[in-house]
Design a protein around this ligand. Sequence first.
Ligand code: PLP
Ligand code: LYS
Length: 431
Amino acid sequence: MMETKNGRLFFDGCDVTELAKKYGTPLYVYSQTAIERRFDELRRDFLDRWPGSRVAYAAKAFCTTGMCRLVERAGMCVDVVSGGELYTALAAGFPPERIEFNGNNKLPGELELAVDRGVGRIIVDGAHELEAIEALCAARGKRMKVLYRVTPGVKADSHDYIVTGKKDSKFGFPLDEDVIYPAVERAVAAPHVDFLGFHFHIGSQLFDASPYLQAVEAVLELVRQVRDRFGVRVSELNLGGGFGITYTTEERRPYRYYLDPMLERIAACFDALELPRPAVVIEPGRSIVGDAALSLYTVGAIKEIAGVRKYVAVDGGMTDNIRPALYQAVYRGILANKADAAPAETVTVCGKCCESGDILLRDAALPAAESGDILAVLSTGAYGYSMASNYNSNPIPAVVLVKDGRDELMVRRQSYEDLIRNQIIPASLNS
Ligand SMILES: Cc1ncc(COP(=O)(O)O)c(C=O)c1O
Ligand SMILES: N[C@@H](CCCC[NH3+])C(=O)O
C-alpha cells in the first residue's frame, strides 16, 4: 500500500505530503484498499470455510459513519459497545440485525435503543443485564437473541490494560458452577430471550494461539455441561477479537493461525456430542484497520539538549494517539517529504501537549528533520482516532479515505467553535 516515488511517500496511490497540504495536519489517512483486502482475507480464510460464520468488525478500533459503511458494503456485521457506536452504525445505514452489542455495563438507555431498533445480538455480560433485556422485550412485545460473555480464566500475553480473559476481570460471567449454570437456566427460561451460546474475548494484540485454544476448551466444556444438565443445544460461539498486528515490521500472523486450531476443536467436539456445528463469530478490530492507516504531522520546534537528546515536536501528540503514553506502544515514523533519505539521527518525536509523557516515537531513526517536514506515523488505524481527546483544547484531527490515488474527507477537522459548542457560561456569571 505504501511506496516511495521521487523521494515522496505514497499511500494507496496518494502523495501524503500533498494530502497534508490539502487537508492540514494532524491528519489520519485510511486506505480503503487495505481495509478491503482484510475483508477478502477474512472471507477466504474464515467465512468461506465455516458455514454460518460471521465477522463482526469491532467498531471500537475506529468508528465513523464512513467506516461503518465500508463494513456494511463488505457484507460484514459490526460489534458495538455503546449507544454512540450503535447510533453511528445505524446512521451509516447498517441493518440493525447485523449489529451485535457488547459491553460490561450497558446503560438502560443503550439497551432500550438496542431493543427498539432490533439489533441482531446482545452479548450479555452479567445476570442483571439479562433481566433488563427480558423486561424491556416483555414490555415491548419483542424478542432478543443473546449470548453470554464468559471469562474463561486464561491469561493472554499482552499489555496488562488490554487482557480481559483472566478470572479477575470486569467483563463477563465467571465460570463458577454456581454462577454460570443458574444463569444459563434463567436465560433458557426467559420467555422473550433466545439463548444462542457463549462469547469470549481474552484480550487484544495477541500473537499466540494457545490462550485462544484454552478458552475454547473451557467453552466447549460449558457446551457439554449445558447439554447434559438442561438439554440446551448451543448454536453459536463468538471467539472475540484480539488478533495481533506488527507495528514496526510487515509480517503478521494470518487469521488462520489463530482460527484453524479453534475451528478444528469446535468441529470435533460438536460432532462428538452429536450437536449440529454452531455458527462461529469473530470480532476483529485492530487486525482490520490497524495497518490500514497512517497519521501525518508537521514538524515544528526542534530542541537539542547537547549530549542528552534531540526532541522533534509535531503538531499533534497524545491527543490524537494516546497509545505510546498509555501502553508504551512503539510505532515507525517516516519523513514523508524525504522518504528516500537515509536516517541521519536518532530523535525523540514529541507532541505539543503539556505532558512530559506526550511522546509519539522514542528513539526514531530519521533523516535530518527540519521544521515544516511531514512526519508519517505508520499503522495508526486502530485505537488512535477512536481514543483521541480534546486535552489542552486541541481539536480532533480530520480523517481522509484514500483509494488508488483518490482522496475523500471522512471526518472534518474539529474547529475551535466545535470545541466550545456545548459550553455555556452560567447566567450568574454574566452580570
Ligand atoms: C468484546 C471485544 N471484542 C472485540 C474486540 C476487538 O479486539 P481487537 O481490536 O484486538 O481485535 C475487543 C477489544 O479488545 C473487545 O473488547
Ligand atoms: N485500546 C487498546 C485495545 C483495547 C481493546 C478494547 N477491548 C489498544 O489500543 O491497544
